[in-house]
Design a protein around this ligand. Structure first.
Ligand code: NAI
Length: 331
């Protein structure tokens, strides 16, 4: 039997936490034959609620689940962790300035970076989900210099999956037959969902999405804004965040990273920029990536038209601004 993999979920008493822990314990994140140990972290006021989640995990009698640690101690939570899913963060509340929210999250991610660096397993893979996801990941990367930057990523797979979902609805084709959408940039409303290279597998072979949709006007306007605004639309409908789809996307992100992307398929991940596609090196920016043997690499050589270029640069600019805002919170 395989050795268990230890997975940390921060913010585990929250909405996404509650949705993702059973998925992990059922093998959706790491595979149906991979035993797991769950480390659940939340803050002191949530300690009792967190313990309730642990009780339910025991009650669910998951055969793959070899242990649960529920704690408010960040050191205990990070010890020996192989995969860290960072969902905990400080939400924006009514009347709060952007800088105040940033400042709270910068201090959380700075502290958690040090704890991961000191106590996680070597080669720990980190996925930041909590917003501002790209910038939280950037802070984590900067304050955990001994963790390879290739191991620190943020979640844009939900946006990627939303793009596939919109195309599926529009074409009335199964979502599993649609692939190679791209989310460029920030996990925010400036993200650029791009289907210029996306295809649909039909009975007549692989066809470009652009050709099948045959409505550039829709693709260049409503499609983009629907994907960009989908999170807000779900909050409006549910009065709660999109926890189910975020949890599912986080499992997709880790699964593809660890087990590899299918041949001929790429996915979107927020990763540190090496300057590909003219994006400022060092930003955590969402790119199309393929994964093999636990390593992601940015898909190279895609043709970028002028429309795309402008949108990719606009979302990069927002990330540069967020980065300087984050740094201004450090002193
Ligand atoms: P939530 O408010 O239900 O849960 C957040 C949890 O984090 C709470 O239990 C809170 O106590 C905990 N927390 C706060 N500070 C912490 C700390 N220092 N250490 C550990 N835990 C801490 O929120 P929800 O709906 O679960 O969302 C979590 C985050 O994910 C939010 O920032 C949200 O904006 C973000 N999100 C990101 C998505 C993405 O695609 N990247 C999609 C959906 C949500």
């Amino acid at each position: 039997a395989k050795n268990p993999v230890t997975v940390l979920v921060t913010g585990a008493a929250g909405q996404i936490g509650y949705a993702i822990v059973p998925m992990i314990a059922r093998g959706i994140m790491l595979g149906p034959d991979q035993p797991v140990i769950l480390h659940l972290l939340d803050i002191e006021p949530q300690a009792e609620s967190l313990n309730g989640v642990k009780m339910e995990l025991v009650d669910a009698a998951f055969p793959l689940l070899k242990g649960v640690v529920a704690t408010t101690d960040v050191v205990e939570a990070c010890r020996g962790v192989n995969v860290a899913v960072m969902v905990g963060g400080f939400p924006r509340k009514e009347g709060m300035e952007r800088k105040d929210v940033m400042s709270k999250n910068v201090s959380i991610y700075k502290a958690q970076a040090s704890a991961l660096e000191k106590h996680a397993a070597e080669d720990c893979k980190v996925l930041v989900v909590a917003n501002p996801a790209n910038t939280n990941a950037l802070i984590l990367k900067e304050f955990a210099p001994s963790i390879p930057e290739k191991n620190i990523t943020c979640l844009t797979r939900l946006d990627h999956n939303r793009a596939l979902g919109q195309i599926s609805e529009r074409l009335n084709e199964h979502v599993g037959d649609i692939k190679n959408a791209i989310i460029w940039g920030n996990h925010s409303s400036t993200q650029y969902p791009d289907v210029n290279h996306a295809t649909v597998t039909t009975s007549g072979g692989e066809k470009p999405v652009r050709k099948l949709v045959a409505d550039d006007q829709w693709l260049n306007t409503e499609f983009i804004t629907t994907v960009q605004q989908r999170g807000a639309a779900i909050i409006k409908a549910r009065k709660l965040s999109s926890a189910l789809s975020a949890a599912s996307a986080a499992c997709d992100h880790i699964r593809d990273w660890v087990l590899g992307t299918p041949k001929g398929t790429w996915v979107s991940m927020g990763v540190y920029s090496d300057g590909s596609y003219g994006i400022q090196p060092g930003l955590i920016y969402s790119f199309p990536v393929t994964c093999e043997k636990g390593q992601w690499s940015i898909v190279q050589g895609l043709k970028i038209d002028e429309f795309s270029r402008a949108k990719m640069d606009a979302t990069a600019k927002e990330l540069i601004d967020e980065k300087s805002l984050a740094y201004s919170c450090l002193d």
